[in-house]
Design a protein around this ligand. Structure first.
Ligand code: ZN
Length: 219
């Protein structure tokens, strides 16, 4: 579903399966953020096509972090559509180290694709728009959030949810770092929509403010 101009949000809701929410930024460079599990890709692909978008036009797959329920299907977009997979350097280091263990723990194959683009905090030029990447460790060592000030959209991965925050008790998690990341994101201006990695979106400036107020209780 289109949630803002050029922003498509695909929330995942199932009582029996876990997968992440996916976001697509439309434009000359189409970016898909967090493709989710491989076995659920056909379902997501159908939803994307229903919105009149062509998955083959996606040139960049941006992984907020390397947990399998967010990134596993990235290799499908790489192999089928030549999309480039990207994440932060700290997250790639984690994926090449202890983060890799999440895959066998979940009974999944390790990623076969390549993360051929490393992203850093700061502006990311997408042709017709510039978005801003924020390094937000705590849930994982190299989590990235994406802020598009003109659209007032903040994509938070598993750092911030509606009325909740990401876990910091998995390998690579750090509670103090998570607290600092949430404070950093809360200070961003021009956020009227939070698109988290799981659960519903937070829509409206008042609801965004109330959400930050509510999640203070976690720290
Ligand atoms: Zn996660």
């Amino acid at each position: 579903m289109q949630i803002a101009p050029s922003v498509y949000f695909y929330p995942f809701t199932s009582m029996v399966e876990n997968n992440c929410n996916t976001v697509i930024l439309d434009g000359p460079e189409k970016v898909l953020i967090d493709p989710g599990h491989k076995h659920l890709w056909p379902e997501l692909k159908a939803k994307i096509e229903d919105d009149g978008l062509n998955p083959a036009d996606i040139s960049l797959v941006l992984h907020t972090h390397c947990h399998p329920d967010h990134m596993e299907a990235g290799e499908i977009l790489e192999f089928d559509y030549n999309a480039v997979q990207a994440m932060s350097e700290a997250e790639l280091d984690f994926l090449n180290g202890p983060g890799r263990d999440f895959f066998p723990w979940m009974g999944l194959d390790c990623p076969r694709g390549s993360i051929s683009r490393v992203l850093t905090e700061g502006p990311l030029d997408l042709g017709d728009k510039t978005v801003h990447l924020c390094q937000a460790p705590g849930h994982t060592p190299g989590s990235l959030c994406l802020h598009w000030p003109e659209a007032k959209v903040l994509i938070t991965g598993d750092v911030i949810f509606a009325r909740s925050v990401g876990r910091s008790d998995f390998a690579g998690g750090d509670f103090q770092a998570l607290a600092a990341s949430v404070a950093k994101l809360a200070a961003l201006k021009d956020v009227d929509i939070i698109l988290p990695g799981h659960g519903p979106a937070v829509v409206g400036a008042a609801n965004v403010a109330a959400n930050y107020q509510a999640i203070k209780a976690y720290f």
